[in-house]
Design a protein around this ligand. Sequence first.
Ligand code: ADP
Ligand code: 5GP
Length: 209
Amino acid sequence: MSLRKRKGIAVVVSGFSGTGKGTLMRELMARYDNYSLSVSMTTRAPRKGEEHGRDYFFVTDEEFEELIASGGLLEHAGYCGHYYGTPKAFVEEKLEEGLDVILEIETQGALQIKKRYPEALLLFVMPPSIEELKHRLVGRGTETEEVIRERILQARDEAQGIEYYDSVIINDDLDVCVKELHDVIEAAHLAPFRNMEFIEEIKEQLYRE
Ligand code: ADP
Ligand code: 5GP
């Protein structure tokens, strides 16, 4: 029996709006049972089909600002005129249970998470091309032309932070991408810096010989 204990990793998944992050996360959760998805808080209005507590906690500016003030958020950022943030308690609880917690958040928030959890894994999901990205945004049919344009422009800023991520994964074929995401996360569990307790224990045993 191995002495290695599997610790939960805070896995940040970012990518331009319309890349397919939400779709990918749903598939990842359906196929594997070692993940827990963090539900963010936002001040933007729900899209058709979105549910409070499942897709987001939809709150007012006042409620959001209260939570910032009371230290209830792990990170927060402004995106296209709205607040988005990660409730702290859920993430801490799931990591403690040894689950990998997925935070589907944008780049400013991702860097705040990296500061707070240096062991976090930062993954950036890319569309195969910007043409395909526009096609997906239009095909989703949830935003006006104006909002789509705003999101494409926002992507320019987000593209500036990609070099701080650990991996870039392309969402071309959905099935392939889900498997790649899972494989990258599994490989991250093997990194020596995420296994220091085990390594120290083995070293101690060596010195007792
Ligand atoms: P995001 O959460 O990144 O904004 P969504 O998950 O809402 O993106 O996906 C945007 C649109 O693209 C949706 O209509 C979705 O069905 C579609 N989509 C997602 N992944 C793929 C893929 N691999 N190939 C084709 N269409 C995709
Ligand atoms: P959308 O409005 O399309 O659901 O999300 C817009 C952007 O906000 C996406 O890039 C998404 O990843 C990001 N986002 C969602 N939740 C959070 C969060 O809790 N914190 C941060 N920083 N970004 C988030």
